[in-house]
Design a protein around this ligand. Structure first.
Ligand SMILES: *Cc1c(COP(=O)(O)O)cnc(C)c1O
Length: 469
């Protein structure tokens, strides 16, 4: 399988190269050159199989023989042995046709573990094979950093640096990043918001000399390996609810559009998905885009669902690529406009293609808190606020004939303040996942200043920056 950039000006890459490089050199994102499609019989044969088996079947066409099956299987098995639930991502019923897909049984209680645990093993495998090393730099609105550091702490060939908006991630999230005690994992608190952190990552990738010096890579949700890993649970959950004989819909709490885009990929691969519903909080750029056809940036507002406090939704570019019939010139035009004027208008054909597969809705913070209470009262279920944003939106889009699966992306214990203000109870982390009260925190606090952050990274890596003398 070859991988092509959404902007059409970067070289085609193999699976392994796409995995290591993250962002394409033309600023675009890598996507497979074509979609592997499973027949309905092939999909039916996956029913009842263990998660690891389904994952292997789904990965194989994307890996395209570059890693042998036994090695791949053992990495997947190892990755999901870190999960607390035998089903890896179990379904929980909360209403007659309403289901929650719990994606938070991994080490950091966030859905990002599902992809990150696999990605770390795949990357370390390829690096070791090549005798190479990498530096991963990322921006995190809370969950990615912890999940990545937890996954990469055992990798010998990889150093990780995560920038997060100081004071805008929960204490639990911060402590997950700062108390690991792993020498190759560094947390950087930036005086700014998530998009500031994300812009710094982009600026680092635009600096050829810096990229070269540190062997820069990314594991943010733009990494193809992460998307691929997230496709699996759409299959396992749909199969459990009657696919491929009948259709299933999904509602997904959305930030960077990685998780829901994986659902779109599953649909492209032949899984009979009815609706894919984008759920946003008050940072509703995607909801507005679907409703008005105009994608226009607004200021990020801080909410009780910080992992969705995003305006620049990176993976949306991959959808634009598909919706424009894989025409990189259209994607480049839209991305230029976004850069120049902080907005673009979807061409009519693109808007129409998107609306064939997607719906969207939003929940305010008040609605989210009320929804946490409703789930608790109606179903006895304690949900995290991100999940509640999505169940709120799911309710408005549900069709009583089709099962609606809402992706539950975090354990409620990660967001105790929101849960407590909704239902008056403080959810506890599950046994074995607590962080000791007196665990020592290690972090670097910095201004929103790209030069200073680069210098700090070089210092940590023990590299003398030639530019700064
Ligand atoms: C990352 C995250 C999301 C958003 O996922 P995207 O792939 O960025 O759309 C939603 N909820 C939680 C808890 C998250 O950590």
């Amino acid at each position: 399988m070859k991988y092509v950039s959404t902007r059409g000006h970067a070289p085609e890459l193999s699976f392994k190269d796409a995995l290591l490089v993250g962002l394409a050199s033309d600023g675009g994102l890598y996507v497979p050159s074509q979609w592997p499609v499973f027949t309905q019989e092939e999909i039916a044969q996956l029913r009842g199989k263990p998660y690891v088996d389904v994952a292997l079947q789904i990965f194989e066409p994307f890996v395209g023989g570059e890693i042998d099956s036994d090695a791949l299987r053992s990495m997947i098995t190892d990755a999901y042995s870190t999960f607390r639930h035998p089903a890896v991502t179990p379904l929980v019923q909360t209403g007659p046709n309403d289901w929650l897909l719990e994606l938070f049984h991994g080490p950091t209680l966030a859905f990002k573990d599902v992809a990150m645990q696999v990605l770390a093993r795949l990357m370390d495998y390829v690096l070791e094979e090549r005798g190479e090393q990498l530096t991963i730099v990322g921006a995190t609105s809370g969950d990615t950093g912890g999940a990545a550091m937890s996954a990469f702490q055992a990798c010998k060939e990889i150093q990780t640096f995560f920038m997060f908006p100081d004071g805008r991630v929960s204490d639990f999230q911060r402590r997950q990043m700062t108390t690991l005690g792993a020498e190759n994992c560094h947390a950087i608190a930036i005086d700014g918001n998530f998009d500031d952190c994300q812009s710094m990552v982009k600026a680092m990738f635009a600096d050829d000399q810096f990229c070269e010096t540190v062997q820069l890579s990314a594991v943010n949700s733009i990494n193809w390996g992460r998307v691929m890993a997230q496709v699996v649970y759409y299959f396992t959950s749909a199969l459990a609810l009657g696919a491929p004989a009948s259709k299933v819909s999904f509602t997904v709490p959305t930030g960077n559009f990685g998780d829901i885009y994986a659902g779109f990929v599953a649909k492209k691969m032949g899984l009979p998905i009815d609706q894919l519903v984008i759920a946003t909080n008050e940072n509703d750029i995607l909801e507005r885009t679907l409703r008005t056809g105009q994608h226009s940036l607004k200021k990020v507002v801080a909410t009780i669902t910080p992992s969705m406090d995003i305006q620049i939704s990176s993976n949306f570019e991959r959808l634009l690529f598909e919706a424009s019939d894989r025409e990189p010139a259209i994607v480049r035009g839209l991305m230029d406009s976004l850069k120049q004027s902080s907005s673009y208008d979807l061409p009519a054909s693109v808007a129409e293609a998107i609306s064939e597969d997607f719906e969207a809705g939003r929940a305010t913070q008040t609605e989210t808190l009320a929804e946490i209470l409703r789930l608790y009262t109606d179903a006895g279920y304690i949900s995290d606020p991100h999940t509640a944003v999505a169940t709120f939106v799911a309710k408005q889009n549900a069709n009583s004939d089709v099962p609606m699966v809402t992706l539950s992306t975090a354990h409620p214990a990660k967001f105790p303040d929101a849960v407590q203000s909704a239902i008056g109870l403080v959810p506890a982390p599950p046994a074995g996942r607590e962080i000791a009260e007196d665990a020592r925190e290690e972090l670097i606090r910095m201004e929103n200043d790209i030069g200073a952050v680069k210098a700090a990274i070089l210092t940590k890596l023990n590299v003398v920056s030639t530019r700064d003398g």
